[in-house]
Write a protein that binds this ligand. Structure first.
Ligand SMILES: C[S@@+](CC[C@H](N)C(=O)[O-])C[C@H]1O[C@@H](n2cnc3c(N)ncnc32)[C@H](O)[C@@H]1O
Length: 278
């Protein structure tokens, strides 16, 4: 009778090559794989528990009595959410490696719960999206939607707009979206859209790259139009004080705040497209 353990079979190796091995060898390899997989699972669980205990250190100087529960939930989305400043900064100039392709990268600043960027990432699979937000709950909601839709071209990042030079390299970004940023009435110096932001975009935004801005706030809209006229390197290529009754209405993707302004307050949405010259 034929010794079964000596029967040769073909398997596909790690690099896609065909390998001929005996059935006994196949059994031995399967056993090792099972042990390795179990080991990885236990380790992943261990590191999750350690991270849960330590995660506050990324955000606070001293431990607090109570934490926002969404702080812990951020751990559930390793593929869609990066909350550790250091890890984010390490990708400076290398985001195409993170996404595993050479596609254009778009940035959203202050993305809220992520509807806008998630829908963009679903619609434009050949683009990558990095969405910045500060609030734990909003980051978690955005990451949850991305995971549910199995999107691999989107990442939520807990970073302030003011720190983009720490984690974005030269010409790394093709476009920037800023939707309904806080208008900071009376404290306008704190606004996200400022001369200082454009000086940073001089570095990270590609030539001919664009910034897209939507707001409900008349004065913010007027102030941004004035600001761009003062900047040599940027020009306004489109603006309207009533986006939903403009030629851009059909391609517009609504944000959470936009939905609210439209349904509750029936407000006119103001919109500007700005292009970088060089
Ligand atoms: C008024 S909400 C708009 C949210 C979303 N864009 C929308 O339209 O539904 C502004 C968001 O920007 C975030 N934010 C404020 N300042 C920021 C900053 N410096 N960097 C990043 N995000 C910021 C806030 O946490 C908030 O979620």
């Amino acid at each position: 009778m034929e010794d079964k353990s000596e029967v040769k079979i073909n398997i596909i190796g790690k690099n896609g090559q065909k390998i001929e091995i005996t059935e006994a060898e196949q059994k031995r390899r399967n056993k090792i794989k099972k042990v390795n997989d179990e080991f990885k699972l236990v380790n992943a669980e261990k590191s999750r528990i350690i991270n849960e205990k330590e995660i506050w250190k990324y955000f606070f100087e001293k431990p607090k009595k109570n934490y926002n529960k969404y702080m812990y939930e951020m751990l559930e989305f390793p593929k869609h959410l990066m909350y550790n400043n250091k890890s984010v900064d390490e990708y400076r100039g290398k985001w195409n490696e993170f996404f595993g392709n050479k596609n254009d990268i778009y940035l959203e600043i202050g993305c809220g719960s992520g509807n806008f960027t998630v829908q963009n990432a679903e619609k434009f699979k050949d683009r990558n999206y990095i969405a910045l937000e500060l609030r734990f709950k909003r980051l978690v909601l955005g990451a949850k939607k991305s995971k549910k839709r199995n999107l691999d071209n989107i990442l939520f990042v807990r970073k302030r707009a003011e720190t983009i030079l720490d984690f974005l390299g030269k010409d790394e970004i093709a476009g920037v979206y800023i939707n309904f940023p806080d208008p900071w009435e009376g404290e306008e110096k704190k606004r996200v859209i400022s001369k200082s932001l454009f000086f940073k975009l001089d570095i990270v935004l590609k030539t001919n790259g664009k910034l897209f801005f939507k707001t409900d706030h008349d004065q913010y809209y007027e102030n941004v139009l004035e600001l761009i006229n003062e900047l040599d390197n940027y020009k306004i290529i489109y603006h309207t004080n009533d986006l939903h009754n403009s030629e851009k209405a059909s391609e517009n993707i609504k944000t959470e705040f936009e939905q609210m302004f439209l349904s509750k307050h029936n407000m006119k949405i103001k919109y500007i497209e700005i292009q970088k010259n060089r």
